[in-house]
Design a protein around this ligand. Structure first.
Ligand SMILES: NC(=O)c1ccc[n+]([C@@H]2O[C@H](COP(=O)([O-])OP(=O)(O)OC[C@H]3O[C@@H](n4cnc5c(N)ncnc54)[C@H](O)[C@@H]3O)[C@@H](O)[C@H]2O)c1
Length: 393
């Protein structure tokens, strides 16, 4: 795959590290940055043969098959349209849009141009997330009742994130997009998200956008996806998931507790891991950050999809659904009520809420609970099928 990268900042470098870091045949042909100086620095660092300060020149380069967008959120729509109009496949970082309206325009642009629109939601591709989703799909934890995802850190690294007009919001749009998509992957991407209840507040930073929020996303089958986000969490970056199913449970910790712990007096290297607040004392480094955050698996899926003319696992439609859920979260934080998720173009299954599966104790009773007590005795809580009375045996 021959690639153009738009942007030379934080995520563009993570992407380039994934693309050139392992032995592979993909090549970055050209990089765009607002200033030629930044574009040249990036080109020198990653041995990219061409650089430019023109988006049009970058996306139209003849030796480019796919354009990777790593620009600030306010630049996604314009860049996607430019790439699609140039007939190139487009891979855009998260969040796809600042709202669902923008995301839908991007979806329509790639569909009209008949090019692939890949949504670069890396955390869904982390080895732990992939394994969790496969485990859930195999039925190992039964029906998912509740999935929770938390992403919290002390706040982002560039000015534009903190400007609500440019970013589209605070911690909800920046971090909530990851959490919502992780929960969708666990609950089932074909299941329609119907409404959202969200608390959001600006507790710490002098900004207009929210720096803390918690939200509940209700799905048509009754499942709940919960997101917890913060730009004021102290102690690094906390990325955790919990999934509760009728037959099992999954807990993952992607960053602060991965089994790698280190003590240092602070001499030597300054970089420990993304958003780490300290480089001395007891620390929690990440073995291979690019891989553990999902970037390698993500690009493999994106390029395989383009090669085989199929949709990647995370595509622009997913980005649009995520934006629609986040729009409802913003509306709920304002109204303090459950707000509907407005998805004009729903492409998943229309699913009725399933009847509860009741386990029978015998012909006359349902089993509610069985438990072994400390004295070894077995106790059954049962419910009479006719009268509804709850009894013990
Ligand atoms: N895990 C992830 O997937 C992840 C992590 C970080 C950032 N991101 C996303 O990547 C995008 C960029 O974030 P970042 O962290 O790299 O930010 P950054 O500030 O480090 O880099 C932003 C890039 O956009 C350019 N830019 C900013 N405003 C511009 C404008 N008006 N015109 C042209 N170029 C402009 C900057 O020059 C820079 O090259 C955002 O959409 C962000 O949400 C994704």
């Amino acid at each position: 795959m021959k690639l153009a990268i738009l942007g030379s900042g934080f995520i563009a470098r993570f992407y380039a590290d994934a693309l050139v870091g392992q032995r592979r045949k993909d090549e970055i042909t050209i990089v765009y940055s607002r200033t030629l100086e930044n574009a040249k620095k990036f080109a020198d660092d990653y041995k990219v043969p061409n650089y430019t300060d023109s988006i049009k020149e970058c996306v139209s380069h003849k030796d480019v098959d796919a354009v990777i967008i790593g620009l600030s959120n306010d630049m996604h729509l314009e860049s996607v349209i430019a790439a699609a109009e140039a007939g190139k496949h487009v891979l855009c970082t998260k969040p796809l849009g600042r709202n669902a309206k923008e995301a839908y325009e991007m979806l329509k642009a790639v569909e009209k141009a008949n090019v692939t629109g890949g949504y670069l939601e890396d955390l869904v591709y982390s080895p732990k997330s992939l394994k969790s989703a496969a485990t859930i799909q195999s039925g190992a934890i039964g029906e998912v009742i509740w999935a929770k995802s938390r992403e919290t850190h002390p706040g982002p690294h560039s000015d534009w994130f903190w400007n609500k007009e440019k970013s589209g919001g605070g911690a909800i749009i920046d971090l909530g997009c990851h959490c919502v998509e992780l929960c969708r992957n666990y609950i089932g991407k074909n299941i329609k998200p119907v409404e959202v209840m969200c608390w959001a507040d600006t507790r710490v930073h002098p900004i207009d956008a929210e720096d803390n929020a918690v939200g509940l996303v209700k799905y048509e089958n009754g499942a709940i996806g919960q997101f917890e986000v913060s730009w004021s969490f102290r102690g690094g970056m906390d990325l955790r998931e919990e999934v509760m199913g009728t037959e099992g449970t999954i807990w993952t910790n992607n960053f602060l507790r991965t089994g790698f712990e280190m003590f240092t007096s602070g001499k030597g290297g300054k970089y420990i891991a993304e958003k780490a607040e300290s480089n001395s004392g007891w620390l929690f480094p990440i073995g291979d950050e690019v891989n553990e955050l999902g970037y390698n698996h993500m690009f493999t899926d994106m390029f395989d999809a383009i090669d085989n003319n199929k949709q990647p696992m995370e595509n622009f439609y997913d980005g649009y659904v995520v934006n629609a859920i986040l729009d409802a979260a913003f509306a709920s934080a304002k109204s303090k009520k459950w707000e509907p998720v407005q998805i004009e173009d729903w492409r998943g299954v229309a699913q009725e809420k399933k009847e509860k599966q009741m386990t029978s104790y015998d012909e006359d009773y349902y089993l509610i609970k069985e438990e072994v007590l400390p004295n070894g005795e077995k106790k059954y809580i049962i419910k009479n099928k006719k009268t509804g009375s709850i009894e013990k045996r």
